[in-house]
Design a protein around this ligand. Sequence first.
Ligand code: ATP
Ligand code: MG
Length: 273
Amino acid sequence: MSQEIQRASTGIPRLDAALEGGVPRGSWVAVTGEPGTGKSILCMHFAWAGLKAGDPVIYITTEAEFRDVMRQARQFRMYFDDYEVHYLGGRPPVRKPQLVVIDIFSLLKTARQLSASVEEIERSRKYAALEIDVLIAAINEAYRVLDLVNETRRSPKRHVRLIIDSLSAFWADKPVMARKYSYQLKIATHRENVTALLVSQYAMTTRATYGFGLEHIADGVIHLWMDDVESVKEIRRYLIIKKMRMTNHYTKALRVSIIPGEGMKLDILSNSR
Ligand SMILES: Nc1ncnc2c1ncn2[C@@H]1O[C@H](COP(=O)(O)OP(=O)(O)OP(=O)(O)O)[C@@H](O)[C@H]1O
Ligand SMILES: [Mg+2]
């Protein structure tokens, strides 16, 4: 039965194997974890696998400038600038883009277009970019730029990958809204041909209120963590697939290594069979 389901490669061979070939197309997958556990690197692999497969990619970055994302990706031999990159809100693309980047600048520009009053934006300038309505408008604009939707067809013809790193930024000052905002976002931008990776950051101490809104609406959850560095005196990272719809996935933790020139690599733990 799993053969009937079309899957999107994550770009990490052992993760694909743990997922019966990859993420089921059309899924929304939350990537959760503490700082430095590898969430952003996982996103880069997913984007790179998409570009190589000919999928248009929408890459939303609130944590770093996309230039820095590209610089980090290059260290793992992923060369995003080999593809046609368009920064939403920037100069109009000459050719059809393969990668649409939505950064803080794009979001601010979208916020200005949405707002009736410029003063309103100026007053709350710093936060205007990080409103959920602004994010929704920017994603829909990216679908249009990619020429993937029209009036009669709501769902893109081609398979599209959407990456949001991170979504927590949109409710950082109001964590109780995480669930409502996640739901709004999913209703407004989910399409059957869009597979999404959505990063949710959280710290151990705030776990209860901070990250779980997204995990409830997600079709899948990939969780990353590390052993307490003070006890083990080194970084030991792990990944586990907590849920994935329509998939008889691997149910044990995998050891994560981040290797120069290669990126994220997963290994089966020696004490698990
Ligand atoms: N070139 C490299 N070679 C080996 N390891 C690297 C390299 N670049 C980064 N790393 C490791 O990857 C870690 C960063 O991973 P990543 O940025 O994916 O974390 P994150 O989960 O997104 O964190 P945050 O929540 O802070 O955004 C670094 O702290 C470092 O340990
Ligand atoms: Mg990150």
